[in-house]
Design a protein around this ligand. Structure first.
Ligand code: EPZ
Length: 421
């Protein structure tokens, strides 16, 4: 059990520069994709040091892919896959390990995974993944908590229409399709930048993919993939997190290693609240926050390029102390307001009804004993605590470590009073 805590004394102005790490949600599918490359090594740069990435490396090792860290890079060699099963213990470490299904099945024609089940965000069904793989010729049995998948004659290309632009389903289809026979077309595909990063990586490995970033993606199957060298895109949610930390605490912050185009739903909204935000150079964003911010009227989470569900809790932490009332509508996950009960302990005024949360800004948040309920919820509590009066103690921070590299060191380097104990 995790006993570490973050101890934050709020009210310290933030000033300085933070370099944002590579995207967790890109690194995970890229590591899965590396399992498809039968020749040569994959060198994946800017691969963040996160517990979820460690879990993905353990899965690779378990199925027979050599995987080692070299500084901020991960190097893999997948000339042979010796095992097609991901056991319960590894699946439980990281719900998104479902992204290994498409790659292992595509490479070997077999895959046995423990059913990922629910998580802190709600039930997290995988029906779209399963239906798509069945259309590609996979036979899938769901028994005794396991998914047993086989494609005795290999997978074949298919015309797939997703009922919802699921990120994970789009990734699994691409991963399954790159070595399938014929052409796969995904309609209503997810358009997240992490999908484009996966397509870029796979193309460097010899795959034929087009249309990523739009809602129709086409994959022409090839016989074999080889290793490549690739740099993971910047983590847009980590960038959004540090913008929200600055907005809660006040001060001036430069974020480097950022792709501002991926923050298209975030930056203009924060500007309307009164944050001064500029992008400069190739990959930097500057934010300056003085005085109390104005609450935006409505925030609706949507698939990319809409406002990201992963930044909902973070922006709520900012709005909780802003002037005015904001209505949040969470359209992606059923259970993504678990941070609200913790924010209430800090004196926030928030009411939740189904997928709607009404946040009435209060003048001052007060430090409290808090529990990180999930990854982004935990990051939101950290941001709120930076702007609160007094000391906050956040427990269950293993959730935060799944997605943020050295969060307390980075925030301390820009003047926050935060330590891990
Ligand atoms: C990815 O999850 C991200 N995870 C999530 O980030 C992110 O919140 C989410 O996309 C939405 O942007 C990774 O990339 C590893 P989805 P994913 O499939 O792929 C429903 C974080 O904090 N659905 O797009 O699981 C589903 O229940 C994490 O970093 C089905 O109904 O998201 C949800 O309501 C949390 N059936 C919606 O679609 C399916 O078969 C979106 O899910 C699949 C999904």
């Amino acid at each position: 059990m995790d006993t570490q805590k973050l101890i934050i004394t709020g009210g310290k102005r933030i000033e300085g520069e933070i370099k944002v790490h590579g995207a967790k949600n890109s690194a995970l599918p890229l590591l899965s994709a590396a399992a498809l490359t039968a020749e040569g090594e994959c060198v994946i740069h800017n691969c963040p040091r996160l517990t979820d990435v460690d879990a993905a490396c353990r899965i690779l090792n378990h199925i027979g892919v050599k995987c080692r860290r070299d500084g901020s890079s991960v190097v893999t060699g997948a000339d042979s896959l010796t095992c097609c099963e991901v056991p319960v213990s590894l699946m439980r470490e990281m719900r998104s390990s479902i992204v290994f299904l498409g790659a292992v099945l595509g490479r070997t024609g077999k895959c046995r995974l423990s059913f990922p089940g629910g998580c802190e965000l709600g039930p997290r069904p995988i029906d779209l993944h399963i239906a798509a793989l069945r259309e590609m010729g996979a036979q899938i049995k769901e028994e005794h908590g396991y998914l047993d998948c086989t494609a005795p004659e290999g997978l074949k290309g298919a015309d797939i229409s997703l009922a919802f632009p699921s990120v994970g389903a789009t990734e699994n289809i691409i991963l399954a399709a790159v070595l399938a026979k014929g052409v796969t077309t995904v309609h209503n595909a997810a358009r997240e930048p992490e999908i484009a990063d996966l397509a870029d990586f796979l193309r460097k490995c010899g795959a034929k993919i087009s249309g990523e970033g739009g809602d129709v993606i086409t994959v022409q199957g090839v016989d074999k993939l080889h290793g490549c060298e690739h740099t993971v895109i910047p983590d847009r949610i980590a960038a959004a997190t540090y913008l929200c930390c600055a907005a809660c605490a006040g001060g001036e912050l430069v974020l480097s290693g950022v792709n501002a185009a991926h923050l298209g739903a975030m930056i203009p909204l924060m500007q309307t609240m009164g944050c001064r935000i500029y992008t400069f150079g190739r990959d930097s964003v500057y934010i300056s926050v003085r005085g109390r911010l104005k609450a935006p009227l409505t925030v609706r989470t949507m698939p990319y390029p809409g406002f990201p569900t992963d930044a909902q809790a973070l922006l709520m932490a900012v709005c909780a102390g802003a002037e005015g009332t904001t209505v949040f509508v969470e359209n992606i996950f059923e259970n993504r307001y678990r941070h609200v009960s913790e924010l209430l302990r800090m004196g926030c005024c928030i009411k939740v009804e189904g997928k709607v949360a009404v946040v009435q800004g209060v003048k001052r948040l007060s430090g409290a004993e808090l529990v990180a309920t999930d990854l982004r919820g935990g990051a939101a509590l950290t941001a709120a605590a930076l702007g609160a009066e007094g000391v906050s103690v956040i427990s269950e921070i293993h959730h935060i470590d799944r997605g943020y590299e050295n969060i307390e060191l980075l925030l301390r380097s820009v003047g926050a009073d935060i330590k891990r104990k």
